[in-house]
Design a protein around this ligand. Sequence first.
Ligand code: HEC
Length: 170
Amino acid sequence: MKVFTNRSIVLVSIGLLFPALVFGHGDVYHDNVETNKVIPPNQTANRYKSINSEYLKSVKPIFEKKCFDCHANTTQYPWYYKVPGIKQMIDYDIKEAKKHLDMGKNFPFISHETPLKDLESIKKVSIDGDMPPLRYILGHWDSRLNKSEKQTIIQWSDESILTLKGVDHE
Ligand code: HEC
């Protein structure tokens, strides 16, 4: 009994001196005050939302002009669509394009890949100048991405990739 009492006194004293030691929960939000980089789990939905709001503002208008003919349901067919043989090629292109990446529903896009992978490949094709494909550019002289459009897409995908990876990039 005496021992128990002594131990209680000791515990209470420690508790008074170092409350965190006895009562603390080791909460993750407190662990990282130094770096300020703790990101609570399940923020994915919020991240998608903020990426999408930037997308709607700066990138979607470009995609609408230069990508939606193949990557969404708003195709404006060229006059030569009617030419036998061409129709099949264009139909096939559109089917393939949407299979890879359907931009019809804003970000995150409909795709077999993860949103992160999509962003990485959008960034890559924009840097490499692979999209729109050459055969499309030949019929639409103004369809190549210009310098500032390229820059906008690359900057958006870059920042979004960091956002998805949870890296503080401010
Ligand atoms: C003429 C139709 C057409 C247009 C316009 C077009 N694409 Fe594509 N895109 C395709 C096709 C077909 C594929 C799938 C086959 C391939 O990769 O060539 C594709 C695939 C992609 C992929 C996936 C690449 C990969 O490695 O999986 C990305 C990303 C992409 N396009 C982005 C864009 C962007 C951004 C634009 C507008 C700047 C655009 N595309 C315009 C036809 C098009």
